[in-house]
Design a binder for this molecule. Structure first.
Ligand code: GDP
Length: 444
């Protein structure tokens, strides 16, 4: 079961309970049963599922409150407890400017270490840190080439040696070099190892002794299932990692095994990997994760994204919002803004309305789709741009004219019209949230 299905099942369980006229013990038990089965089928450890069930039961007092407030309470308790499931309440390490922060990566081979190293380096670079990459994986042939190619693409300085077989030496030299050059963040990639490989585990400890990381991050593949817990415990014993990056959250991961690993090692997830591209990384926050799981708009994620948008663009979007309606002009500005920041996939991930459309496309498809949308917008006249789609229902001949003018098909224009409908509730939420400069929609 993929995570989206899990969210859907939890949502269905909660909404069928809240649709009931009478909320009694049996209705609550039925909802809990459905939630628990869905979590177990997603590989969440049985002990955690039973804890969650008991906590929800204790917190929901069926004797108190009227129907409506009881429903709200149940929704809130389920949300809070799901957050608690992925939150170990430990504060992760935060790199500081003005010193060298050494971050070492560990994890199983194929977990996504090398890819995540570059993603993290690019993330910190965007935040203004001077960041370098060290390849201490001398075990896997081609590891250095892979890191080098990723680093060059992302324009990040790197260090590695083709001829030196000792990873401890390479790690030490690379870190020393970047320290001398006053880099803020030095990320050290190590070779992937299996739980049973004692030698590789002791090598990992030696690298750590040599580079003295401020933070060790374990990279964990979200699709590892139940095995994730024992793998994580083995790494925790050897490397005492302080945080986790969960990769491949875009795939068909059940994700529950990783959630159990967090609880077993009492270590926070700091980022999640959501694709193979360098920008496919998101800071993890339990609330954001659960909101997304349940298909709610992720305002925290949007807040971070909107930080990087120029004030001119924000102003023009706010102007559209102040005109009072969510219209094509606004959608156009919104999509333009995300194309410019190059962060379309993150935005899509934050907004259920958009993610549905983007999920089925790869990076190149997405770019093409965006281009066609822009051609469609360009073929709309002012009246059409400021409409919210109703105009096209009344006068469908406009659709044909726009399709011809933009060189797209009638179906593509219709899809865009539908897109506005789907995204309307979310854009209204964003408009009222003040994230784009603290100004709500007119009259809000
Ligand atoms: P390593 O052996 O741990 O260094 O793993 P790599 O970084 O080489 O990654 C193994 C494979 O997983 C590569 O094909 C990556 O492109 C892919 N990968 C890594 N992270 C993600 C992710 O978040 N999503 C997806 N879909 N693929 C990923």
């Amino acid at each position: 079961m993929v995570l989206a299905d899990l969210g859907q099942r939890i949502n269905n369980a909660v909404s069928s309970l809240t649709k009931n006229n009478v909320i009694d013990e049996k209705a609550l038990d039925d909802m809990l049963k459905e939630i628990c089965v869905a979590l177990l089928e997603s590989d969440v450890n049985v002990r955690l599922v039973s804890q969650l069930r008991n906590k929800i039961k204790t917190k929901v007092n069926l004797k108190e409150g009227a129907g409506h407030s009881k429903k709200r309470l149940i929704q809130k308790v389920v949300f809070d407890e799901l957050c608690d499931l992925v939150d170990c309440h430990a504060e992760p390490y935060k790199p500081k400017k003005g010193r060298s922060n050494v971050i070492m990566f560990v994890g199983l081979q194929g977990a996504g270490k090398t890819t995540s190293c570059t993603k993290l380096a690019a993330y910190y670079k965007r935040k203004g840190f001077k960041t370098g990459l060290v390849c201490a994986d001398t075990f896997r042939a081609g590891a250095f080439d892979q890191l080098k190619q990723n680093a060059i693409k992302a324009n990040i300085p790197y260090y590695g040696l083709y001829t030196e077989p000792d990873p401890v030496k390479v790690a030490r030299e690379g870190v020393d070099m970047f320290k001398r050059e006053k880099f803020d963040i030095i990320i050290v990639d190590t070779s992937g190892r299996h739980q049973q490989e004692k030698e590789l585990f002791s090598e990992m400890v030696e690298i750590a002794d040599a580079v003295k990381p401020n933070q060790t991050i374990m990279v964990l593949d979200a699709s590892n299932g139940q095995a994730a817990e024992s793998q994580s415990k083995a790494f925790k014993e050897a490397s005492d990692f302080g945080s986790i990056i969960l990769t491949k959250m875009d795939g068909h991961a059940k994700g529950g095994g990783a959630i159990s690993a967090v609880a077993a090692t009492n270590t926070p997830i700091v980022f999640i990997g959501t694709g193979e591209h360098v920008h496919d990384i998101e800071p993890f926050s339990p609330k954001k994760f659960v909101s997304k799981l349940l298909g709610m708009a992720d305002f925290e994620g949007l807040a971070e994204l909107t930080e990087s948008i120029s004030s001119d663009t924000k102003e023009s979007i706010m102007k559209s919002m102040q005109e009072g309606t969510i219209n094509f002009k606004l959608l156009k500005e919104f999509l333009k803004m995300t194309m410019n920041t190059g962060m379309l996939s993150q935005l899509g991930a934050s907004l259920p309305g958009l993610s549905g459309m983007l999920d089925s496309m790869n990076q190149d498809d997405t770019k093409e789709k965006m281009k066609s949308m822009m051609y469609i917008f360009d073929s709309m006249n002012e009246k059409e741009l400021v409409s919210d789609g109703d105009l096209f229902k009344k006068q469908p001949s406009r659709i044909l004219r726009i399709a011809r003018g933009s060189g797209t098909s009638v179906m593509e224009v219709e899809q865009l019209i539908l897109q506005l409908e789907t995204m309307k509730p979310m854009l209204e939420g964003l408009s009222n949230s003040g994230l784009l400069g603290g100004m709500g929609k007119k009259g809000a």
